[in-house]
Design a protein around this ligand. Structure first.
Ligand code: UDP
Length: 465
């Protein structure tokens, strides 16, 4: 187990976005909580410092909480490939999907417990009685009883869930329940995901960080420059590009690994984008099929995910990327030349974030065709950039997007319907602008970090003795 050190946020930048009233409410909420904590620490425990939504959230909230004077820290557990294969299976099951179909019986329980026992010994070196520990997701869930025994308050934060529970969901939760039910409170992404047996359940929607390299506003010229330097658009000069925004300058030095046939798209071409981990439930291949069926002349599709060699807690990523690549290779020309699959280097996560940002800002249409979703941060990120988002009506995406106001909801598994929506928005710039403006308003109202931190603050206040 190791601590992730993330520094402190620049409060002035947030104040500029939030305005005086919301900034004052955030400051006074934080002061109150800091007083009640009286020197006790709030710990976050998860399984990775980079890649995926949980890491994304903690990179934003921990520095902001620190800047507000709150003692919030972040620990990442260790595990071996077998452990992460089991936990990946658990997350997929909780989503309601069979995943790799592998077992979750006693041998898996035993290995899971063994790995977490070693982690709990490390954890005991950090946590003091009276502290609050937020355990994120299935990977560290087995630590809950040990944390309770340390005399700390423990909250289980679920980041996955299933709209219509089935036998997979039941199997996933059956594995996790003996640990999670020992928590003092549990937090779910949406009301439909709350388990009947969950201890002291709450619903809190996650937020995005408007000041991070992922979400700061770039000018159209900067966007194109970044994408050219990363090799996403054609016309790059071969020279590295540097963008400065608040923190240290970010240099685009590692070009994306691209699967494509022919030159990268021109900056002027309409582009459909999905950014997601290479994961079965993100259904990148489904986006590919919908794009092909939409067949809008001149438009491009970019499917972008993390470098498949770089994500230690996601053993399935390389397989999913290969599956998508095979499907791409079978496309006829000329449409094959209008689709690119990208692996975004993870050597420097600020650089990675800036490329994702530029991709989302540059997109004509952003798609999130997940088959299941806890809460699709990628959709919120694109909405903040005033992009028209077309998202499958699953999980949190159903609450994030208000149809026809802040995006469009797609019927999962209806490829023809998704294709028609892509064609409709690509062909109607006025509709695209209307949905984009509504999307930005919605994120401002519901999904910025002040609202998120204040909700957590109230929950933690109620847990303190
Ligand atoms: N992400 C990223 N680089 C990538 C792929 C994804 O930074 O190459 C980020 C993405 O921008 C988002 C997060 O990872 O912030 C994914 O969160 P989401 O809730 O959409 O899905 P999850 O991966 O948690 O299932």
């Amino acid at each position: 187990m190791r601590e992730v050190t993330v520094g402190t946020a620049d409060l002035a930048a947030y104040q500029q976005i939030l305005g005086p009233e919301r900034s004052a409410a955030l400051r006074s909420g934080a002061e109150r909580l800091a007083g009640l904590l009286g020197g006790r620490t709030v710990w976050n425990v998860n399984s990775t410092a980079a890649g995926g939504g949980v890491a994304e959230l903690l990179h934003s909230l921990v520095p902001l909480a620190t800047a507000l004077g709150l003692p919030v820290r972040w620990l990442v557990i260790d595990g071996d490939p077998r452990f992460f294969a089991v936990t990946k299976r658990l997350c997929t099951l909780v989503y309601g999907s069979p995943g790799d179909g592998g077992p979750t019986g006693e041998p898996e329980q035993e290995h899971y417990r063994r790995v977490l026992r070693a982690n709990s010994e490390d954890l005991a070196g950090f946590v003091r009685p009276g502290d609050v520990v937020v355990v994120h997701e299935a990977q560290p869930a087995g630590l809950v009883p040990a944390v309770a025994e340390m005399g700390a308050r423990v909250v289980y934060r679920a980041h996955t869930g299933c709209d219509v529970p089935n036998e997979n969901t039941a199997r996933g939760w059956a594995f996790l329940r003996p640990y999670v039910e020992k928590a003092d409170a549990s937090v779910f992404l949406i009301a439909d995901h709350v388990q009947g047996w969950a201890p002291n359940p709450h619903v809190i929607a996650p937020s995005i960080d408007p000041c991070s390299p992922k979400n700061v506003t770039l000018s159209p010229a900067e966007t194109v420059e970044v994408l050219r330097a990363a090799g996403v658009l054609s016309g790059g000069s071969g020279r590295p590009v540097t963008v400065s925004r608040g923190g240290p300058p970010i240099e685009i030095r590692h070009p994306v690994i691209a699967v494509r046939d022919g030159a990268p798209p021109d900056a002027g071409a309409a582009m459909v984008v999905q950014v997601s981990r290479w994961d079965r439930l993100k259904d990148m291949a489904g986006v590919l099929r919908s794009f092909v069926a939409a067949d809008v002349p001149g438009s491009y599709l970019t499917l972008a995910g993390s470098d498949v060699t770089g994500v230690s807690d996601d053993p399935e990523a390389a397989e999913m990327f290969d599956e998508c690549r095979r499907e791409w290779a079978q496309l006829p020309q000329p449409i094959r030349a209008r689709v690119q699959l990208l692996c975004l280097p993870m050597t420097d996560m600020r650089e990675n974030a800036l490329v994702v940002n530029a991709l989302q800002q540059h997109a004509t249409v952003v798609v999130q065709k997940s088959l299941a979703e806890g809460f699709g941060l990628t959709a919120t990120e694109a909405m903040w950039k005033a992009r028209p988002v077309l998202a499958n009506a699953v999980g949190g995406l159903r609450t994030q997007v208000v149809p026809d106001e802040s995006g469009l909801l797609l019927e999962p598994s209806d490829t023809a319907g998704a294709a028609a929506s892509i064609a409709r928005v690509l062909g109607d710039p006025q509709l695209a602008a209307h949905l984009g403006a509504g999307a930005r308003r919605r994120v401002r109202e519901h999904y910025l970090p002040d609202r998120h931190l204040l909700r957590w603050g109230r929950l933690i206040e109620n847990l303190l003795p």
